[in-house]
Design a protein around this ligand. Sequence first.
Ligand code: NAP
Length: 229
Amino acid sequence: MNQKRAVVTGGSRGIGRAIVERLLREGWQVCTCSRNYQDLVRLVEELGQEGLHVRSCNVGDRWSVKAFVEFCVERMGGLELLVNNASILGSRVSVEAYPEELWEEVIKVNINGVFYTTKYCLPYMGKGSLVVNVSSGAGKRPAPYWGAYAVSKFGLEGFSLLLAEELKGRGIKVYALNPGATRTQMRAQAYPEEDPNSLKPPDKVAEFLLKLLKAEAPSGSYDYREGLY
Ligand SMILES: NC(=O)c1ccc[n+]([C@@H]2O[C@H](COP(=O)([O-])OP(=O)(O)OC[C@H]3O[C@@H](n4cnc5c(N)ncnc54)[C@H](OP(=O)(O)O)[C@@H]3O)[C@@H](O)[C@H]2O)c1
């Protein structure tokens, strides 16, 4: 890659933030978003402005995503890497008990959001570019009581497969990346009884992604616990 420009959704904390930090250290320009603007202001204060562009955006709202992608392209001129990381957990209850509006919200953010971001970024991505969809073990094996989140991650694995086929001819690769249990706010929400110190920090996931990038790994579904190949 001659240029190193990335769009990362949900970069204000957790795994997204670790990816943003790592890419900046590796000399990338990064454009990121989250719904909470104050968190993005804090991110810039903590990481510095060099190479970092932020804008608030709700990936579940297509107009918001359109404006975010336009902002990124205006700032960076294009992109070589898209990391679809933003997602919400929803509720951990049975399908029967799952609140309808929450189900719709999770699908909107975790699936429609990935579709909008990918659709709007692709026109600015050339040969050698990469789309990374942050997936989950809940999208590979039945995870009872994970409801819309599990369904969205199964969808994301499928989306990654079809996108990889569609983009093969354009020289754009697609990874589905399962980070595994990681010390973040979402994990604490899912497992409030767990000791966060027993989990790996998010920068391990960023390191894994960088390894995949440097190894020029082919399109596929990658799992932190399984390593590279
Ligand atoms: N942590 C784990 O153990 C684990 C395991 C497997 C998979 N994952 C996956 O890893 C990814 C990152 O998770 P995480 O644990 O780092 O979560 P997290 O700590 O909750 O961080 C999520 C990030 O996404 C942003 N976000 C959420 N909804 C958004 C929306 N509608 N529009 C824009 N930004 C939004 C959040 O900011 P705002 O709330 O301000 O919008 C935040 O920056 C997710 O795809 C998750 O499913 C995590």
